[in-house]
Design a binder for this molecule. Structure first.
Ligand code: GLN
Length: 347
């Protein structure tokens, strides 16, 4: 991994760079515009490898922007509930980092993109059983295994209450989705057994898969995703309830992982086009986070070949530009300001 950055950063105060969103009316108008423009697209296919997901209505489309300062802008089907699926990986990761700290989770689970599909078995084999990436199934299973709790029932309760605190309301299990996935998730069971064979999971692997399958079946709306994301954008405090859910450092770590790995094998392309840490799920949700500013939650079931919601990607791309959210965007300082700054520094 190279020299530990802590050798130079230890005891250095973390400075944060934040910006602000446009005024309320403008955010409201742009959220509506994002919905209207993206709604026209009916490309994509609804996922069907979890049988019940195939019944999703492809016309549903919700967009929501939650500001880190509290206001929430919901458009279209933003209150419709669906199973959170892989997006749970981001928030369970944050809860586990909060519990065990940055180094333990980095060493046990990893922070790099595997470059292979989210349910890849080969990725585990190629890396000597190290999961590498908490946003694909192997790494997510290894992460769920680290959830605190003396029993599996306690671990599941920790996950459910933790994700509910991010959302600011009690999230419920979708029993139909849970049973449909439990009956067909032989591949996830195989991945968990493989991790066990490498000594990467010490607990009963099938119980770990069960907690993971439950976490994926929690019901959320696009609005919930926006508030959950805005909590990561607000240094770990839920901007709607005011409750601290995780530390600022955990938010930073989680968003770094999402930037590198949140959008499957298209994470680089997503960052290049949209410039925001984000996570998507197979039922059609996406959450994208603008640190210090807020988050976007979208829901539309039809997926592109990479597994990302077609309309969700388009709406997020529009909002990233129109609201000035791309974390890599900058404009040159006005020249008068540049001169004054240089004079101030004695240049
Ligand atoms: N529960 C799903 C699985 O493990 C989540 C996948 C996803 O959203 N990409 O297959």
């Amino acid at each position: 991994m190279g020299v530990d950055v802590a050798t130079v950063t230890d005891e250095v105060e973390q400075e944060v760079s934040t910006g602000s969103l446009p005024v309320w009316d403008q955010v409201e108008r742009l959220a509506q515009e994002a919905h209207a423009r993206s709604h026209l697209h009916d490309e994509g296919v609804v996922a069907d490898y979890i049988p019940v997901l195939a019944q999703a209505d492809p016309s549903l489309f919700g967009v929501c922007v939650a500001e880190a300062s509290g206001p929430v802008h919901a458009v279209g089907d933003a209150a419709v509930e669906f199973s959170v699926q892989s997006i749970s990986k981001a928030f369970v990761y944050a809860l586990v980092c909060e519990e065990h700290g940055h180094e333990v989770v980095r060493d046990r689970v990893g922070v790099n993109n595997t470059g292979l599909s989210f349910n890849s078995v080969i990725a585990v084999e190629l890396n000597d059983g190290h999961p590498m990436n908490p946003m694909v199934n192997a790494g997510a299973l290894a992460t769920t295994a680290l959830v605190p709790g003396a029993s599996f029932a306690e671990k599941w309760e920790h996950v459910r209450t933790g994700l509910s605190r991010f959302a600011g309301r009690q999230l419920e299990l979708d029993g139909v989705v849970y049973r449909s996935e439990s009956a067909t998730n032989t591949r996830n069971k195989a991945i968990a057994r493989l991790l066990q064979s490498y000594g990467r999971i010490e607990l009963d692997p099938l119980e770990v898969v069960d907690v993971y399958t439950r976490q994926c079946a929690l019901r959320v709306s696009a609005r919930d995703l926006a508030v959950m994301g805005a909590t990561l954008a607000d240094g770990g405090v839920n901007p709607v309830t005011g409750e601290r859910v995780v530390s600022g450092q955990v938010c930073r770590d989680t968003l770094a992982v999402l930037a590198a790995t949140g959008m499957y094998e298209r994470s680089g392309e997503w960052l290049f086009e949209i410039g925001l840490p984000a996570k998507s799920g197979v039922s059609g949700g996406i959450v994208a986070v603008a640190p210090g500013k807020g988050a976007i939650g979208t829901f539309s079931p039809p997926l592109d070949p990479a597994g990302n919601s077609v309309r969700g990607r388009l709406a997020t791309a529009y909002l990233s530009r129109a609201l000035g959210l791309n974390v890599f965007a900058s404009s040159a300082q006005p020249s008068a300001q540049r001169g004054a700054d240089e004079a101030g520094r004695g240049a």
